[in-house]
Design a protein around this ligand. Structure first.
Ligand SMILES: Nc1ncnc2c1ncn2[C@@H]1O[C@H](COP(=O)(O)OP(=O)(O)O)[C@@H](O)[C@H]1O
Ligand SMILES: [Mg+2]
Length: 256
């Protein structure tokens, strides 16, 4: 019998494990559990923060909060509101955060492509030697005016090279890609210290305007099929091969 692949839903739990690594900490935006006090202190520290469900997916319930000259502005999907006071902001956010665990995270100003924000999905898998290997990198472009890049929230998949070509030269893009691959395997090794049966992960990496990479979250059930869109078919073939080997996706003869 093979051990089931480990899944970890709580972003808070995974963030704590990443922060135990002195090498990785510099890539993790400051994250706290959401409450009135952390909302206040984070907005004293940063102009912009993200408030999001601890166990969310697909960009659902993710809120961007900004300080403005008139008070505060908060936006969920494409729906933005402004409020004059901190109490008004906290009350407004509580309509979303009241029921379940929420986190608050330093906001990253993402790079843009044609005025739309983008971030990067880095796919990391256990290879046939049982070592972490970064197998794919794909860009995700938000729908116009949206505050999340997720495909299920109207985002569009696009190659890393195309999205970065406005920001870096071809040789810089290839160096940056190697850097992201190393970051991916480092994340895999670090999360394995707490979750030894993890086989695959998808890190959501934001690149800020100073080209610093930030790990916004790590998914432990990443979608393997999105890499089919890449012109380089060897990428998806490898993703699939590794996933079949550890049972992430099942072969044709399986019953499911
Ligand atoms: N700290 C942040 N700064 C900037 N953008 C963020 C931040 N956190 C989340 N986002 C945006 O929201 C999207 C969804 O957030 P994420 O933490 O990945 O949750 P989900 O599990 O819903 O995908 C991200 O891909 C990114 O586009
Ligand atoms: Mg995500």
């Amino acid at each position: 019998m093979t051990l089931a692949i480990q899944r970890v839903r709580s972003k808070w739990a995974k963030t704590k494990v990443l922060n135990r690594s002195s090498d990785l900490r510099q890539y993790v935006p400051l994250t706290k559990r959401f409450n009135r006090e952390t909302l206040r202190s984070m907005l004293e520290e940063y102009e912009m923060v993200y408030v999001k469900p601890d166990s969310g997916t697909f960009g659902k319930g993710v809120i961007r909060v900004e300080k403005t000259s008139e008070g505060y502005r908060y936006q969920i999907q494409k729906d933005a509101r402004t409020v004059a006071t901190f109490d008004g902001l906290y009350e407004g956010l509580q309509r979303y955060t009241g029921k379940k665990g929420y986190l608050i995270q330093k906001g990253v100003y993402l790079l843009k492509h044609q005025k739309r924000r983008f971030d990067i999905r880095v796919m990391v898998q256990k290879n046939l030697q049982n070592k972490w290997e970064t197998t794919a990198i794909l860009g995700r472009l938000s729908a116009p005016h949206n505050v999340v890049t997720n495909y299920h929230s109207g985002g569009t998949m696009m190659t890393f090279e195309k999205l970065m070509s406005e920001h870096l030269s071809a040789s810089e893009i290839s160096a940056y890609s190697s850097r992201l691959k190393k970051l991916g395997t480092a994340i895999g090794r670090q999360l394995s210290t707490a979750y030894p049966n993890l086989k695959e992960l998808g890190a959501d990496v934001a690149i800020d305007t100073k080209m610093h990479p930030w790990v916004l979250e790590v998914n432990t059930k990443p979608h393997p099929y999105i890499y089919k869109i890449l012109a380089d078919k060897s990428v998806y073939r490898k993703v699939r091969k590794y996933s079949l080997a550890y049972g992430g996706i099942k072969g044709k003869r399986s019953s499911r």
